[in-house]
Design a binder for this molecule. Structure first.
Ligand SMILES: NC(=O)c1ccc[n+]([C@@H]2O[C@H](COP(=O)([O-])OP(=O)(O)OC[C@H]3O[C@@H](n4cnc5c(N)ncnc54)[C@H](OP(=O)(O)O)[C@@H]3O)[C@@H](O)[C@H]2O)c1
Length: 223
């Protein structure tokens, strides 16, 4: 049985969103790819394997139909996107923030200073209070998600503004083969997680690899 009735993946035509959208569809979830231009999303989806194909819709329509919305757009566009869609979120909807506040100027990676402390807290600040917010899928590289046959073989950190948000988000993470959810607590922990993404990018560059990601040791067996 599906965990959510409908999942909207905003930015689901892009690098990080498309792997998530396809993997969640394969896992049995009903997924709508939200886009600024539904035709662009439709074209992207047409190239996906038949068993991974989601629906396409404009961002506002996708949010209105979803009980879970995943934000997979570049961080600088988040505030405007949420201003455009905020009135469409259903009561008790969950938002999962995937964004990381980094920019690449002239090939140099820089963390963007976020007034609220982290991208996830920035998202929280731009949503109505009836919407719950969690952060995850921030440290898994897009090209691994995109390789649908490959188990992901790592941990994903989950933070959230309530226990319920973290529990639901952890269950979603564990739908994806090879991912273990590690609950790290309050949404403010996202700041540390987002810095870990920057660290993974730096490790990739330094060691000329593409797959750096994280595994926590020391957790109880069966966690
Ligand atoms: N790439 C990774 O390995 C990775 C890993 C962890 C986290 N992330 C995070 O995931 C998010 C998406 O990254 P990405 O690499 O997938 O980015 P991307 O491919 O550049 O963009 C994703 C999608 O976002 C939409 N978009 C672009 N600019 C937008 C704007 N100003 N307003 C609203 N929507 C916009 C576009 O979809 P439409 O044109 O269809 O609207 C685009 O296809 C980022 O915040 C990134 O930090 C990425």
């Amino acid at each position: 049985m599906a965990l959510f009735s409908t999942i909207a993946v905003l930015g689901g035509s892009g690098h990080q969103g498309r792997g998530l959208a396809q993997r969640l569809t394969i896992a049995g979830e009903r997924v709508i790819v939200g886009s600024r231009d539904p035709e662009r999303a439709r074209t992207a989806i047409a190239g996906w394997p038949a068993h991974a194909r989601a629906e396409a819709a404009a961002n506002r329509d996708a949010v209105a139909r979803a009980d879970l919305t995943i934000l997979a757009v570049p961080f600088p566009g988040v505030a405007a996107l949420l201003a455009e869609t905020a009135d469409q979120f259903t009561r008790d909807a969950l938002v999962i923030d995937v964004t990381v506040p980094v920019t690449f100027v002239g090939g140099k990676m820089t963390m963007i200073a976020v007034a609220e402390g982290s991208a996830a807290q920035h998202v929280r600040a731009h949503l109505p209070s009836h919407v719950r917010v969690a952060g995850t899928f921030k440290t898994i590289p897009a090209h691994l998600l995109d390789d649908l046959e490959r188990p992901l073989d790592c941990d994903e950190f989950v933070c959230g503004d309530s226990e319920a948000a973290r529990v639901q988000t952890s269950a979603l993470v564990q739908l994806l083969p090879g991912l273990r959810a590690v609950d790290v607590g309050a949404l403010s922990r996202a700041e540390s997680v987002e810095h870990l993404t920057a660290l993974a990018i730096a490790i990739n560059r330094r060691h000329k690899i593409h797959d750096a990601r994280f595994r926590v040791v020391g957790l109880p067996s069966g966690y």
